[in-house]
Write a protein that binds this ligand. Structure first.
Ligand code: CA
Length: 758
């Protein structure tokens, strides 16, 4: 029964045939139904004719699992839209499933919840009932995350054929699973000719695990099928989830005119043949691990792409041409054969790797490929091209290197002295007319942020910087301290007057706050509880210039000054301790400074110019991901110019287990510290002053360590970057690196260290 009162006919009849200009055409009356509840939506749905539309009344719909089915026509699609675009909010456990022909959805916003079904938007109702010739446009999915970080889902699952996904805004996916997947899992979804265009792929934070891709097309299983998907004019804004921004796993796709802005990772042609990557622009702006294009498989075309300021290396380089595996199984690496790589411009791209990944298994070098008319220039480095194997079965011609660049490949590269000028399209071109046919064409149009997504949903910055808000002056007493903290907004600074502050409460922190001593060393925080601060989602914590004392802490074991939430966390946090003193954490045993929970993730932890003395536990406990799944607790750990003395536990325990290579981190930088009488407590079960297991970048330089327990450095992935140099070790064991999984190719450098006994 259709409840007539549950919907209203708003717009009256429209004669669509008029616009077609066909005298004999069918004169269907398109109707528009305004609905305001799930029940009325259902009632209307079954009666829809081609050309009809359902309009959701403005408001918040909770737990609305929308199934949108019907058969429209090319000229008369069936539409689902919002009364006002952006003012229909799907929250709680909502989702959208489409099935049928010529359906179009627009104007909806998914936020404040997550999909119960594994996909927020699905171009199918079930595995047999798919959507074809259908479109999703101007839809927003904003942080619509499953609250358990490592429970996986997609936000968009594209099935069927001839579908379009355009002008949408997807931002802030922080649980596991690709943001958008084109599936080829049944015959009805292959050779699909989908178009994915003008979307805003907004910031995706570092996941700290595999499964953080922004777009994946296909899977290895069906990767020898052609997909014919076009991905064009999209903007990828800081899509940092993992090493693959886009993971292409099928054939005959085109990636054209997309912009990649400060995104860590690469567009990876992981599986499938005959794909085209053309007219794309990559701006790294020197951000760590920004990469470009990674080429694997046969018949790939990489043409007229502009890459600038990319720092990535190895498989994350600006341009990586991989070695393959002879007779590769479908999920390994097929040889690069017949690639065409021409007219690309690489400016200040730190690494171009040919025959990357060459080893006993990956021994099939790139062949029959043409690398022509590319322009490579770097203002600082004279050697950005690296060969890892033989590339002589390819043709290099007409490429230009800026002068003083080392000619690693002897033929097909000329070195010229040329100047670059920035053109109106924002790209650099050589001013020398003789080089007009080198690098990208003059008419390359760069897709801008304002050209994509919706016009009505803001593209906000997701990261709140420390000290970016107001400064709040705080008097030296506990009441004022907590009152100011309550009133602070995210980004604010509490400026602490000289004196002592009793930390009588456990503060659950869901905003970014800085505590700064008005006069360095004159504001003291005295700990009275088993924990003083608990960082929760959206929290961030910085101390600058304070004294933190444990002398009034409870006389119990396992006190912790700062911890992360014991509830599941989804949002990465930052912690900084600068110019401070931490002392007397010795009221009982195992008193730790920072202890994190499983599945918490710090974008960075920075300790600088700080003295730690008399600690019975560890300073940084970042070792809670014990399942060896390639997961870890912090992306960057910086310890710079600190003094650690009389610590029974370790300065840091950082752990990432497993051999997965989908992440760039963790990174740890330990520089200029003094570490004395550290790690020798009997409860320090690893017997270490510094434990770094599975980090991918380790830099330990210019430290002095004396009478401390050993340094443990374990490599678990191939080609970790480790440098241990210019340290002085007094009465200490020799430092070495243990290669746990790849003992045949040690990559660490240990040099110029001084060992003394006294
Ligand atoms: Ca991956």
């Amino acid at each position: 029964m259709v409840n007539k009162k549950s919907f209203m006919k708003t717009k009256m009849t429209v004669l669509l045939s008029l616009s077609l200009g066909l005298a004999s055409s069918f004169t269907a009356q398109a109707e528009s139904f305004l609905v305001d509840s799930q029940a009325s939506y259902k009632n209307v749905l079954s009666s829809l004719q081609p050309g009809d539309e359902i309009v959701l009344k403005n408001g918040v719909y909770k737990d609305f699992e929308i199934t949108f089915t019907g058969k429209g026509t090319e000229k008369q699609p069936i539409r689902l839209t919002a009364q006002t675009k952006g003012q229909v909010i799907l929250s709680g456990q909502s989702n959208l499933k489409m099935a049928g022909e010529y359906l179009e959805v627009s104007g909806l916003v998914f936020k404040d919840g997550y999909s119960p079904s594994g996909e927020v938007i699905s171009f199918r109702r079930n595995k047999d009932d798919l959507a074809n010739h259908s479109r999703v446009t101007e839809v927003v999915i904003d942080k619509y995350n499953i609250p358990f970080k490592f429970e996986s889902d997609y936000w968009v699952g594209m099935y069927g054929k001839y579908n379009r996904f355009d002008h949408n805004h997807l931002e802030g996916k922080s649980n596991k699973g690709v943001t958008m997947a084109v599936r080829l899992n049944t015959e009805a979804s292959r050779e699909n000719h989908h178009r994915i265009d003008h979307n805003y792929f907004g910031p995706r934070p570092i996941l700290g695990s595999n499964g953080g891709e922004t777009l994946r097309i296909g899977t290895s299983h069906y990767s020898l099928s052609d997909s014919f998907t076009i991905v064009e004019n999209n903007y990828f804004d800081r899509c940092d989830g993992e090493v693959e921004i886009i993971s292409n796993k099928s054939g005959k796709n085109q990636f054209k005119n997309n912009t990649f802005f400060e995104s860590r990772g690469t567009l990876t042609l992981r599986h499938g043949n005959g794909n085209i990557v053309e007219n794309n622009v990559f701006f790294g702006n020197g951000v760590d691990h920004t990469g470009g294009i990674r080429v694997i498989n046969a018949d790939q075309v990489i043409r007229n792409n502009y890459l600038e300021g990319l720092t990535g290396y190895r498989f994350g380089s600006g341009l990586t041409i991989m070695n393959g595996v002879p007779n590769s199984s479908i999920n390994r690496y097929h040889q690069v054969d017949n690639a065409l790589i021409e007219n690309n411009t690489l400016v200040n791209v730190d690494n171009v790797h040919f025959a990357a990944g060459s080893d006993k298994e990956r021994s099939a070098t790139p062949v029959n490929s043409t690398i022509a008319n590319n322009l490579i220039s770097h203002s600082k480095l004279d050697n950005t091209i690296t060969l890892f194997d033989d590339v002589s079965d390819n043709e290099f011609k007409g490429n230009v290197l800026s002068k003083d660049h080392k000619k690693v490949i002897k033929t097909g590269f000329s070195d010229k002295s040329f100047k670059l000028e920035r053109a109106n399209n924002g790209l650099l071109y050589p001013s020398d007319k003789a080089l007009a046919d080198k690098g990208v064409s003059k008419d390359l149009v760069v897709t801008q942020k304002q050209d994509v997504g919706t016009t009505w949903y803001p593209k906000a910055d997701p990261v709140v910087a420390f000290n970016s808000g107001k400064v709040i002056a705080v008097n030296a007493n506990s009441d004022d301290f907590y009152q100011a903290l309550n009133q602070a907004h995210t980004g604010d600074t509490l400026l602490l007057a000289d004196g002592v502050y009793d930390l009588q409460k456990i503060t659950a922190l869901d905003k970014v706050v800085s505590f700064k001593a008005k006069n360095q060393g004159k504001a003291q925080l005295d700990i009275y509880r088993s924990t003083s601060f608990e960082i929760r989602d959206n929290g961030g914590l910085q101390f600058d210039g304070v004294i933190i004392s444990g002398k009034n802490a409870p006389d119990s074991t396992g006190n912790v000054f700062v911890r992360t939430s014991r509830l599941p966390m989804l949002v990465n946090y930052r912690f900084e301790l600068l110019n401070s003193q931490v002392k007397d954490f010795d009221i009982n045993h195992s008193f730790h400074f920072l202890d994190v929970a499983m599945h918490s993730f710090a974008d960075h932890i920075k300790i600088e110019n700080t003295e730690f003395d008399n600690i019975t536990g560890d300073v940084l406990k970042l070792n809670k991901e014990v399942e060896d799944l390639g997961i870890y607790n912090a992306e960057y750990v910086y310890l710079t110019n600190n003094k650690f003395t009389n610590i029974k536990g370790a300065v840091v325990k950082l752990y990432r287990g497993g051999t997965d290579e989908s992440t760039f981190g963790p990174h740890i930088y330990v520089e200029g510290n003094t570490i004395e009488n550290v790690g020798l407590g009997k409860r320090n079960k690893e017997k270490t002053a510094l434990l770094v297991h599975g980090a991918q970048v380790i830099d330990i330089q210019n430290n002095t360590m004396k009478n401390a327990a050993k340094v443990i450095l374990n490599h678990t992935v191939g080609e970790a970057k480790t440098m241990v140099s210019d340290n002085t070790f007094i009465n200490m064991d020799k430092v070495f690196i243990t290669e746990i999984n790849f003992p045949e190719k040690p990559t660490g450098i240990i040099e110029n260290n001084h060992y003394k006994q006294m």
